[in-house]
Design a binder for this molecule. Sequence first.
Ligand code: HEM
Length: 273
Amino acid sequence: MATRKLFLVLFLQLIMFVVLNPVYGQERLKLGFYEKSCPEAEAIVKKVMVETLSKAPTLAAPLIRMHFHDCFVRGCDGSVLLSSSTNQAEKDFASNLNLRGFQIIDRVKSALEKACPGVVSCADILALVARDATATIKGPSWEVETGRKDGRVSSEIEAHENLVPPTANITQLIRSFQERGLSIKDLVVLSGAHTVGTSHCYSFNYRLYNFTGKGDTDPNLDPNYIKRLKNKCKPGDNTTLVEMNPGSFKMGRIGVLTGKAGEIRKQCSKVNK
Ligand code: HEM
């Protein structure tokens, strides 16, 4: 009888473990997951990224963003890449219509399929591409754990429910990150991705022209910055793109002489006669 009771308790514990443990039945991600199955995988991703971004550096930003938009809807499962015949996939949701670079992911995937057919997941490609895009444009780099599998579902409604809109306040942003196990520090650090790339005027125009519905401006914005943004973005502008980080040019643009101003010295230590 005692043995049966003990067996029952152990059995119940096992069930609880299976039900409650989120990683049960799932292999954990790890560094170098493809070390044996596709040893060149990470080098191939990097090569394609360096080649691509040397010709089209502005694609780095949308590729970084694509990984974020993938991970916040159903987890990092490549669902943002799926197309649906009825236009109801994640990529059909309004905030995803301005994602760019899907053809680069296809290019990476083709190179990987050629080297190791059916081995490297699209979800891992997104994670590696985000890292390599950042590093290639001279941003920071980090180690990426791999071993993600691709999901089979992609829903526009879920993208709507899970991607925080540009109108979200800080409480909503913190909640959205915390729901996914990310801290306030993660929110701040990851928001640093907005150092690169562009935004459409429509994503923030309400802060310039109609913050509280009374035709007013967001008082938290710097007045000089507002002036600058209003110059670029007129009310109702649906097309103009604005750089995320204005003025992030190289020192080398300060007070330059161009066109008819200045000369080409024959000798650098002397002005021309
Ligand atoms: C915290 C919540 C976030 C919100 C509300 C948000 C919102 C936005 C918005 C409105 C845009 C401009 C889209 C457009 O009008 O074209 C944008 C662009 C961008 N976002 Fe975020 N974002 C968030 C977090 C992140 C995170 C975590 C990352 C990456 C780690 C990221 C990376 C980017 C990048 C790189 C761009 C520029 C894309 C381009 O140039 O095409 N964002 N984001």
